[in-house]
Design a protein around this ligand. Structure first.
Ligand code: PEP
Ligand code: MG
Length: 872
């Protein structure tokens, strides 16, 4: 059967977006429902794809169908292309399945020529309007279809206005526009070598071709890349009878939302203009008026508009963004689509619509894009303010922050102590900077991606962070950083937008966030559906209690190394690392024990009644040693060493590939006294809080296990010390001992590791790092290019690579549960807070996902959506 290319608006419906594009499907739907839609037809997205297949030519059968479609339209409207009595004028617009506002091309007033413009002038009784419409058509056609630089046309208008000594287009007369049209036509002739096409049919074919071509123009391609829209959808072309909003004071045009897209309130929100065409409202040539003023201006029309909005919402059960035109007192609908909105509005609208009986609870939960919830929890930049953006990096931790630039963690602390707000700017951060990061309003790094140290820690703290801003050159010695010619000195104020990655010069005002009643309600509904338990990654009581406030059901990862950096303990940690004998090390550990115990007690107290997974020491030890000469000097003093000796000691700990080196379980099994100190601290803390009537559920986790024996030895060591503590105190507490699965090898031998493990928690950060062989802290150097070249679709440290890393996880789950069917399985890498990855974890029957505190609400919604989607 031959392919059908064209569908009249009567033939389609809202479910045919794949075929008719969003705009076409909705025009058909509105026609079907009896809304006043100017008649027309849609050329399908499939035809667009065929157009490309055939080397950018009209595919077989299209020309004939077009003749038929135009004939039908002429019959329905009683108008005719090129007619001397009643000429048919149409608009030609693009419309992909997913709306790409402003990305592709549009031609209005098509069908005008030297003859029909005269008819329009006579019929409208308004020659000035007719020639204005004509010049708009020639201008748009010249720009969009004939690819003539639009400045050519604009300079004619500017010169005309200068010649007549007027400011506005509206001050030009019919004669002026007639002259402008003649000049435009000359431009067309000069630029293309041929006359402007007078024949409507030729105009139409050329305009359709231009719209198809606009699917591939660079800005459209870029837009699809940014928004993850597939490139093989194609665009439909909508050909629709023109209605004119610029016929005089009884005409007009408007664009509005059925609810407020900023705050979600239920009132019509938008703009309109009397005596104007649609583009005038959008393009900002004239300042549009508040839609509510239309009520005074045209009360009947406003009533129709209100009724239309209500009907559309009831029908679509979704907030709509509509375009309408009033032609000489008659109301026409030109477009309806689901309206884009802020996160705040999205939540309010979903919850309100559920209460209004428009949608079910399940639909309300499905309506909110989990990622946008991030925006709701952090202060955000005031969108109405002008910004001086000097650089752009990876939006690593959302929210807005403003403060004075500092270059070291110590300086951050110093300024913070005197009440100053600071932004810590580093080439990259290391765990050593943690104290400075903690007190900073925001963190900016030149290096590192979304899973870099800075990014992970910042998200954990809920501190806005822009990482991998590769354009900036950080020079802490000179007390400055530069972006090209711009120099930013220590103490200068900058603002970071961690949601967009923008680095802005100076201050910007922010808007504070709090959990709205609607969000709390929506999260409760999400929990009714979600099967995955959402826990948090938290290392401090403050983060833990924040996460609890956001609904975390426990701690899935407490990274103990972050506890070792406080001023009161870093030197003891260094003493432990540099000890020459086990006895020396044990002495240092004895001093650390009460401090660790205290840390755990505080966290257990906050998490009363909920499980807490504590991971034993993980990073390479040299990360705890000083780097800068001034710090080495101080360190030499503390340890009674000469500067040279101290430097040698530090150097002796250096590794070529620290991430593949002496870290994690490798330290724990070779220095069992460290494992024992941590095990003792955890259990003593648990017993102490249990005594206070607090319900404590400790889970001890061993990092970086690759061989069964590593786990077994660690577990034995822990059990020994736990038995000791039980014997000493005469008290007991339930506990679990499990492992992280973060090495490819661990996945392959998971059945062996599972024999003695109580649980698995996938460290997908390391698992991604080790599978790809990409250092997570250096990946920003090539990641953007990799994405641009299409080698990677996205950042695998952010979105789980289901193709390569996924099967490792699947294998490990199968093997682990093969020997222990009730093995509890979690994820605590950054992917635990990414919606598409969450769906993967749900599919693989995980029990728990764990993420940074500020991502907990997002994860709750993502978990619910994953369950709902998989059930379908
Ligand atoms: C991981 O590797 O995914 C993980 C959670 O551990 P870390 O990020 O601390 O290496
Ligand atoms: Mg890890």
């Amino acid at each position: 059967m031959p392919i059908k290319h064209i569908y009249s608006f009567e033939e389609g419906n809202a479910n045919e977006k794949d075929l008719l594009g969003g705009k076409g499907a909705n025009l058909a739907e509105m026609t079907r429902l009896g809304f006043p839609v100017p008649q027309g037809f849609t050329i399908s997205t499939k035809t667009c794809l065929l157009f490309y297949e055939e080397g950018k030519k009209f595919p077989h059968g299209l020309a004939e169908e077009l003749t038929e479609a135009v004939k039908n339209l002429e019959e329905k409207t009683g108008k005719k292309f090129g007619d001397q009595e009643n000429p048919l004028l149409v608009s030609v617009r693009s419309g992909a399945k997913i709306s790409m506002p402003g990305m592709m091309d549009t031609v209005l007033n098509l069908g005008l020529n030297d003859r029909t413009v005269e008819v329009l002038a006579k019929k409208s009784g308004n020659p000035r309007f007719a020639y204005d419409a004509y010049r708009r058509f020639v201008q748009m056609f010249g720009d969009v279809v004939l690819d003539i630089d639009h400045h050519n046309f604009e300079s004619v208008i500017t010169a005309k206005k200068a010649e007549k000594g007027v400011q506005n287009d509206t001050d030009l007369t019919v004669e002026d526009w007639q002259d402008v049209v003649s000049q435009f036509k000359l431009i067309v002739k000069n630029e293309t070598g041929v006359d402007f096409p007078e024949e409507p049919r030729e105009q139409l074919e050329k305009a359709i071709t231009a719209v198809f071509n606009s699917w591939q123009i660079p800005r459209a391609v870029k837009y699809r890349e940014i928004h993850n829209i597939p490139h093989d959808l194609g665009t439909a072309v909508n050909v629709q009878t023109m209605v004119f909003g610029n016929l005089g004071d009884t005409s007009g045009t408007g664009v509005c939302f059925t609810r407020n897209p900023m705050n979600g309130k239920k009132n019509i929100f938008g703009d309109f203009l009397i005596n104007a065409q649609g583009e005038d409202v959008v393009a900002g040539i004239r300042t549009p008026r508040e839609i509510t003023e239309l009520e005074d201006e045209m009360p009947e029309i406003y009533k129709t508009l209100e009724e239309t909005c209500e009907k559309l919402e009831n029908h679509y059960r979704e907030m709509q963004d509509i375009e309408f035109t009033i032609e000489d007192g008659n109301f026409y609908m030109l477009q309806t689509r689901s309206g884009k909105r802020t996160a705040h509005a999205a939540v309010k609208i979903a919850v309100d619509m559920m209460h209004e009986g428009l949608i079910s609870k399940e639909e309300a939960v499905m309506r909110v894009e989990p990622k946008c919830l991030d925006q709701l929890l952090h202060p955000t930049l005031d969108p109405n303010e002008k910004k001086d953006v000097i650089a752009k990096g990876v939006p690593a931790s959302p929210g807005a922050a403003c403060g004075k630039v500092v270059f070291t963690a110590d300086d951050a602390v110093k300024h913070n102590e005197v009440g100053q707000k600071v932004i810590l700017v580093r080439h990259e951060t290391s765990p050593e900077d943690i104290h400075g990061m903690h007190v900073s309003e925001g963190i900016l790094t030149a290096c590192g991606g979304k899973a870099s140290h800075a990014a992970v820690v910042a998200r954990g703290m809920g501190t806005p962070c822009v990482s991998g801003a590769t354009e900036i050159v950080v020079n802490p010695k000179a007390g400055k950083f530069t972006v090209g010619e711009t120099v930013i000195n220590e103490g200068d104020v900058i603002t970071l937008d961690g949601s967009t990655g923008e680095v802005i010069l100076g201050t910007c005002s922010t808007i504070d966030a709090k959990l709205s009643d609607e969000l709390l309600e929506l999260l409760e509904w999400a929990d009714e559906f979600g099967e995955l338990t959402v826990r948090t990654n938290a290392d401090t009581p403050r983060d833990a209690s924040k996460a609890r406030e956001f609904g975390a059901q426990g701690i899935g990862l407490c990274r103990t190394e972050h506890m070792f950096f406080g001023d009161d303990r870093i030197n003891i940690v260094r003493e432990m690392i540099l000890a020459k004998s086990t006895e020396e090390r044990e002495k240092a550990l004895e001093k650390l024990l009460p401090m660790q115990r205290q840390d755990f007690e505080e966290i257990f107290e906050v998490m009363d009644g909920l499980p807490v997974t504590i991971r034993l020491l993980d990073p390479p030890l040299h990360e705890f040693l000083p780097e800068k000469n001034s710090d080495i000097e101080e360190f030499a003093n503390v340890f009674n060493l000469t500067f040279e000796q101290a430097k040698d000691r530090v150097k002796s700990m250096e590794e070529v590939n620290p991430m593949l080196g002496y870290r994690g379980v490798r330290i724990l099994v070779t220095c069992p006294e460290i494992l024992k100190m941590q095990g003792r601290a955890i259990i003593e803390a648990a017993l102490a809080v249990q005594k206070k009537g607090i319900k404590v559920l400790p889970e001890i986790m061993i990092p970086l296990v690759g061989r069964k024996k590593e786990f077994d030895i660690s577990k034995e060591g822990l059990e020994e010390v736990i038995a000791e503590v039980f014997a000493e105190t005469g008290e007991k507490v339930n506990y679990k001992i499990g492992t992280m699965i973060e090495l490819p090898r661990a996945c392959m031998v998971a059945h062996k590791i599972a024999e003695k493990a109580d649980f698995f928690s996938f460290g997908t950060n390391d698992l991604t790092q080790m599978s790809f062989g990409y250092s997570r802290d250096d990946v920003a150097r090539f990641l953007p290019q990799y994405i641009e070249l299409g080698i990677l679709e996205n950042d695998p440290f952010e979105i789980l690579d289901q193709e390569g890393v996924g099967p490792l996880i699947e294998t490990a789950v199968k093997k682990g549960r093969g020997v222990k069917s009730d093995l509890k399985i979690s994820v605590c890498g950054e992917h635990g807070g990414d919606p598409s990855s969450v769906e993967f974890f749900q599919k693989n029957n995980f029990d728990v996902i764990s993420c940074s505190p500020f991502r907990v609400p997002l994860a709750r919604v993502a978990a619910a959506q994953a369950t709902i989607m998989l059930k379908k």
